[in-house]
Write a protein that binds this ligand. Structure first.
Ligand SMILES: [Zn+2]
Length: 188
């Protein structure tokens, strides 16, 4: 199975909120953001729906989107993660330089530490300057990382190439009862 190197993630701003994956699926199918499941061995992955290009706004004038599933080459797909009991920190090689949310000093190793952290240490990392406990959801990652228990992944979207439309975000808000944000993650 091909996994996109460039990803756009949509996630609820309430870090530890579990959101029913089947409720997300129903709502996203209703607005035709997604259509049918793509693979029998990965029930979370969907083919993009008829309205995909109106719910994701591409910045360029003629986006070159492959929406048909390919064997081993890039195409757009959507994954809806099953709500997890654990909170995950999601980031990739494009993670931005960030600052402590207490003292505002730069935190050069924080993202690496969070990516390597287990569930306990995810929320107990300390600032290397002021020593205060870091809450990853309070850091301004500038759309390059997030912490969540549920999310929606859109495969094969380059960083800042496209943004979710208001209708997509408001649909997610209706399902979950909280606001949603987005982030770009590069896996390699
Ligand atoms: Zn600090």
């Amino acid at each position: 199975m091909w996994h996109a190197e460039y990803r756009l993630y949509l996630y609820p701003v309430v870090r530890d909120k579990p959101i029913s994956a089947s409720a997300l699926k129903t709502a996203l199918q209703a607005i035709e953001f997604i259509s049918e499941p793509l693979e029998s061995n990965n029930a979370d992955r969907y083919k993009v729906g008829e309205a995909f290009l109106s719910l994701i706004c591409f910045m360029g004038c003629s986006p070159n989107i492959e929406s048909e599933p390919q064997e081993n080459s890039p195409f757009c797909y959507v994954e809806i993660t099953q709500e997890s009991v654990e909170t995950y920190f999601i980031a990739g090689h494009n993670v931005k330089k960030i600052n402590c949310h207490h003292c505002k000093e730069p935190q050069s190793k924080l993202a690496k530490n969070l990516l390597e952290a287990n569930q306990q240490s995810l929320l107990t990392q300390k600032c290397s300057v002021c020593g205060e406990c870091i809450d990853p959801s309070k850091i301004n990652w500038r759309k390059s990382a997030f912490t969540a228990r549920s999310w929606v992944l859109i495969g094969n979207i380059y960083e800042s190439e496209a943004v979710p439309d208001e209708k997509l975000l408001s649909t997610l808000k209706q399902v979950s009862g909280c606001e949603w944000e987005y982030a770009y993650v590069r896996m390699k």
